[in-house]
Design a protein. Structure first.
Length: 276
């Protein structure tokens, strides 16, 4: 641990003495280090596509100026890199918004079944393009929770998109299952669980504890190739925390992964979980 010691002399009724103040600064220093790491990571993540863009601009002005085929090829790459920067900035803004709102508990009554159906409909074409079957189970009855519909939609979107992107081989299957939990011990009450499961490559267990850290990826090259920003699961974690919910990650290398989000059930007297 890190400690700051401040010693000052003092005189009480003519007698000289000293005060010693011991201050534990471990937490403050850790937070400061995390902030520095984050700024360094963001700068690096933005610089990578920016360097590519600048390089191609230079090439288009010079050697490729009169080569129509090369120009088209380079413009397609520049388009992809600009898209990457745009996604990164979008995710950074989402993350900062969620962090700002984390103390304010969402108060709308939202139906998880409707949100799961809508996320599956939105991502249907993405799954189809990857030759993955996207199935929804248990979404035929209402599942009311106290929440923020846009944020829960983002959680579902990130988890299903990841399952399609990393978790499934060609011809694989992603299942979104909604079920009622009579008593969730951590939430200390009833809840609704959404499970996003894939039968893909799985994640080695050494990675699991760090998976929701900002910019943590199992395979950075693969994530970049697939258009990932490394922020998706960090956003999920913060949104679930804001909802006083739980996020569980189970995975077995070679068999697949299961991401489960459990949110407190909505009740007319407020949601089931303890207020905090
Ligand atoms: P990214 O933008 O890279 O997808 P995320 O925070 O969403 O960032 O995910 C972090 C990393 O976790 C990914 O880069 C990937 O390596 C791994 N991952 C996430 N979901 C899955 C999954 N369903 N199957 C295998 N690996 C996954």
């Amino acid at each position: 641990r890190r400690c700051v010691v401040t010693v000052s002399s003092l005189t009480v009724r003519g007698r000289r003495g000293a005060t010693v103040v011991l201050e534990d600064t471990t937490g403050v220093e850790q937070a400061e280090q995390m902030r520095r790491d984050f700024v360094a990571n963001v700068s690096h993540e933005l610089r990578t596509p920016l360097t590519a863009l600048m390089g191609f601009i230079e090439t288009l002005r010079g050697p490729a100026r009169d080569d129509a085929a090369a120009r088209e090829r380079f413009l397609a790459i520049m388009d992809r890199e600009a898209g990457r920067m745009n996604r990164l900035i979008g995710d950074l803004l989402s993350l900062s918004r969620v962090e700002q709102e984390e103390r304010r508990r969402p108060s709308d009554r939202v139906d998880l079944a409707t949100l799961v159906r809508s996320a599956c409909a939105t991502l249907g074409p993405t799954a189809q393009a990857a030759d993955v079957t996207l199935r929804q189970i248990g979404t035929d009855r209402a599942a009311p929770v106290m929440g923020d519909a846009d944020q829960i939609q983002q959680v579902l979107h990130n988890l299903i998109e990841n399952a399609v992107k990393y978790g499934s081989r060609t011809g694989g299957e992603v299942r979104a299952t909604l079920s009622h939990v009579a008593h969730e011990p951590v939430l200390r009450g009833p809840g609704w669980a959404i499970e996003i499961a894939d039968n893909g490559e799985g994640i080695d267990e050494v990675h699991l504890p760090r998976l929701t850290e900002r910019f943590y990826r199992v395979d950075t090259h693969r994530s970049r190739e697939k258009g990932g920003t490394g922020l998706g699961l960090a956003i999920v974690k913060h949104i679930v925390a804001r909802h006083r919910g739980r996020l569980k990650i189970d995975s077995a290398k070679g068999l697949g992964s299961r991401f489960t989000v459990i949110l407190p059930e909505w009740t007319s007297a407020g949601s089931g979980a303890p207020q905090g």
